[in-house]
Design a protein around this ligand. Structure first.
Ligand code: 1PW
Length: 211
């Protein structure tokens, strides 16, 4: 099965995001997200409300990347510079205008932190640890802060449907559970790196609280 879906390729996309000049390229960033969304779909319909929002956010960004100003949306750095210089980033509450790239990426960025904590928990967890607990803990330590009660509730219910740790590692399609753990050990530093660069960029420009 040459085209079998594997989380290895998805995580590798985050590896190719970062340039020598420490810029984060939007192309591979979004293709990484597309892969994660495919993976979420494979977990079943119960995750569709989670993937739906991610799909919408990725779509907004793909429109920018393919639109008239596409040369401004090559990297996160060029996007931030362009949107700030042109007053496209709303710092007051959402105006009803189009969602900026900055506020949209901020949502994906926060979700990436969750993914990072979750995969790290999975990697270092004991064989008999519960995936749903790892997922809930990592969610509560990250993304949950930004979600209203109903979303938190629905997410926590969905997490209960996650398969046990070893079965989860196997659906990642990387090989045995041990091989999947080894792959996570290689791939996670790249996700950390992308997260860290983005966090610093957004902090520098005071964009971490965009409505
Ligand atoms: C197996 C783990 C995979 C992790 C994939 C991460 C997907 C993250 C999507 C979470 C979406 C939860 C429901 C939607 C909430 C939105 O209100 C919220 N979006 C996010 C990404 O947090 C905020 O977006 P908004 O309303 O300010 O446009």
């Amino acid at each position: 099965m040459a085209d079998a879906f594997s989380l290895r390729e998805v995580l590798a996309a985050f590896q190719t995001c970062v340039t020598e000049r420490r810029e984060v390229l939007l192309g591979p960033y979004l293709s990484g997200w597309r892969g994660l969304i495919r993976f979420l779909h494979s977990l079943g319909a119960i995750f569709s409300f989670i993937s739906k929002d991610a799909v919408a956010k990725v779509q907004i960004m793909e429109n920018y990347c393919g639109g008239e100003q596409r040369d401004k949306y090559v990297s996160l750095q060029s996007m931030v510079e362009y949107e700030l210089a042109n007053g496209l980033v709303g710092v007051q509450k959402r105006s009803g205008g189009p969602d900026s790239g900055c506020r949209t990426v901020l949502r994906l960025h926060r979700a990436l932190r969750w993914l990072q904590l979750f995969l790290e928990g999975l990697r270092t967890g004991r064989e008999d640890s519960r995936t749903s607990v790892i997922c809930t803990d990592s969610y509560n330590a990250s993304l949950a802060t930004y979600h209203p009660w109903v979303v938190r509730k629905a997410a926590t219910v969905a997490f209960c449907a996650l398969p046990p740790r070893n079965a989860f590692l196997e659906i990642m399609n990387v090989g045995t559970a041990e091989e999947a753990v080894a792959m996570l050990g290689e791939a996670l530093p790249y996700i950390c790196d992308v997260y860290g660069i983005t966090q610093e960029l957004f902090a520098q420009h005071k964009l971490l609280d965009l409505p």
